[in-house]
Design a protein around this ligand. Structure first.
Ligand SMILES: *[C@@H]1O[C@H](CO)[C@@H](O)[C@H](O)[C@H]1NC(C)=O
Ligand SMILES: *[C@@H]1O[C@H](CO)[C@@H](O)[C@H](O)[C@H]1NC(C)=O
Ligand SMILES: *[C@@H]1O[C@H](CO)[C@@H](O)[C@H](O)[C@H]1NC(C)=O
Ligand SMILES: *[C@@H]1O[C@H](CO)[C@@H](O)[C@H](O)[C@H]1NC(C)=O
Length: 318
C-alpha cells in the first residue's frame, strides 16, 4: 500500500512539473492594437492575432487523442505506415491558428471545428470497410495517396495557367486528397510549394499534406461563398437563396463546400453517411460527445442544394 501511494505521489508531482514547463514555454503575450486585444503564444499561435488569445489546438487536443482517432494507421496492413503523426498536424495548423483555425469562439466551438476537419481527413483517407477490425471508423489516415489511379488527372483546359509538368501525374494525394493539375497548381501557389512540378511532395511530407488540407478548409471556393471553416464557427450567414436551398451552418455545410453535388442533395447516401459517422465517432473520442453535433438538419446535407453546382452537369459525356 505504501509503495502504491508513493507512485501516485511521484506521478502527480511529475504532472505538475510538466504543466508548469508547458505554461512557461508558451506564455500568452497580450497587447492592444487600436483598442483590440491581440495575443501571441509562441510558435503555435504567432503574430498578434485576436485568435491567439484563445486556447491553442494542442491545449485542448493532444497526442493521445490523435492516436485514438487514427488508431489503426500504423498497423502493417495500412498503406502509409509511419507517415502521419500528431506533430505534423500541429505544425501545419500553427500557420492557420492565428487566422482562426481551431481558435475561433469558445472551447466547444474550437473542438467541434477540429473534430469536423479531422472527420473529413479520416473519412477521405480511410481503408476501413464493413467488418474491418476496430470498425470502419478506426482506419482514418490509412492512405496518403490514391493507390490505383485510372488516369493522370491532367486537364488541358488549364494549359496556360497550370500546365501539366512532364512526367507528373495528379492523382489524389494528401490529407484532404488533391486531384488535377489545376488544383495542385492553385493550392501550391497559395501555400508556396511547387506542387505543379512536384505533386509527390504531398505523399512525402505530412506537414505539407496537412497544410494543403487546412488551406482547403479555410479558403472559400469562390468569392461570396463560405469556407468549410465558416460553416463550423458561425461566420456563415445564410442568404435568402441559401435558406431556400436548405443550406444552414453546421457539419452538413462543410460537406457541401468540400464535395458539392457528389455528396449532397442526394438523400441519405452511403458516401455522406460515412463522413458523418466519422464525425460522430471523433466527437465521442475527443470527449465532447456526439450530442454536440446538433440536429439532423445541421448535421447532414441530404436535402441541401450544392453551393457551387458544376456547370457541365448536363453534358457528363463530354
Ligand atoms: C459556445 O459557443 C456556442 C456558439 O456561440 C454557444 O452556442 C455555446 O452555448 C457556447 N458554450 C459555452 C459553454 O459557453
Ligand atoms: C475567444 O474565446 C472566447 C470565449 O471562450 C470567445 O467568446 C471569443 O469569441 C474567442 N475569440 C475569437 C477571436 O474567436
Ligand atoms: C515539409 O513541409 C514543411 C511545410 O511546408 C516544411 O517546412 C518542411 O521543411 C518540409 N520538410 C521536408 C523534409 O522537406
Ligand atoms: C440562387 O441559387 C440558384 C441555384 O441554387 C443559383 O442558380 C442562383 O444564381 C442563386 N442566386 C443568387 C443571387 O446567388
Amino acid at each position: 500500500m505504501e509503495t502504491k501511494s508513493m507512485c501516485l505521489l511521484v506521478l502527480s508531482v511529475l504532472f505538475v512539473m510538466v504543466s508548469i514547463v508547458d505554461a512557461d514555454t508558451s506564455p500568452v503575450l497580450v497587447k492592444k492594437i487600436k483598442g483590440k486585444r491581440v495575443c501571441d503564444q509562441g510558435w503555435e499561435c504567432k503574430g498578434w492575432s485576436e485568435y491567439c488569445c484563445n486556447l491553442t489546438i494542442s491545449q485542448y487536443f493532444d497526442y493521445y487523442q490523435f492516436e485514438n482517432l487514427f488508431s489503426k494507421r500504423n498497423t502493417p496492413v495500412a498503406h502509409a505506415v509511419g507517415f502521419w503523426d500528431f506533430k505534423s498536424f500541429i505544425t501545419a495548423s500553427a500557420i492557420y491558428q492565428p487566422l482562426g483555425f481551431g481558435t475561433t469562439g469558445n472551447k466547444t466551438t474550437q473542438m467541434l471545428e477540429v473534430a469536423a476537419f479531422l472527420a473529413h481527413v479520416g473519412s477521405q483517407t480511410s481503408c476501413g470497410y464493413g467488418v474491418a477490425t476496430g470498425g470502419p471508423t478506426a482506419w482514418g489516415l490509412c492512405y496518403n495517396k490514391e493507390m490505383s489511379p485510372m488516369q493522370d488527372y491532367c486537364d488541358d483546359n488549364y494549359k496556360y495557367t497550370y500546365p501539366c509538368a512532364p512526367g507528373a501525374v495528379y492523382f489524389g494525394r494528401g490529407a484532404l486528397p488533391v486531384f488535377w493539375n489545376y488544383n495542385y497548381g492553385y493550392i501550391g501557389d497559395c501555400i508556396k510549394a511547387d506542387l505543379l512540378h512536384h505533386p509527390e511532395y504531398l505523399e512525402q511530407n505530412a506537414t505539407l499534406a496537412f497544410q494543403a488540407a487546412i488551406f482547403q478548409w479555410i479558403t472559400p471556393l469562390k468569392k461570396g461563398l463560405p469556407s468549410a471553416h465558416d460553416c463550423m464557427v458561425g461566420s456563415f450567414k445564410p442568404t435568402k437563396n441559401d435558406t431556400l436551398s436548405n443550406r444552414v451552418p453546421g457539419f452538413g455545410c462543410t460537406m457541401n463546400i468540400l464535395y458539392g453535388e457528389r455528396t449532397c442533395g442526394k438523400g441519405d447516401i452511403d458516401d455522406m453517411n460515412t463522413i458523418i459517422t466519422h464525425y460522430l465517432y471523433y466527437l465521442d473520442l475527443m470527449g465532447l460527445g456526439r450530442e454536440y453535433a446538433g440536429s439532423h438538419e445541421v448535421l447532414t446535407c441530404a436535402e441541401q442544394k450544392p453551393f457551387n453546382p458544376s456547370t457541365t452537369k448536363d453534358s457528363d459525356s463530354s
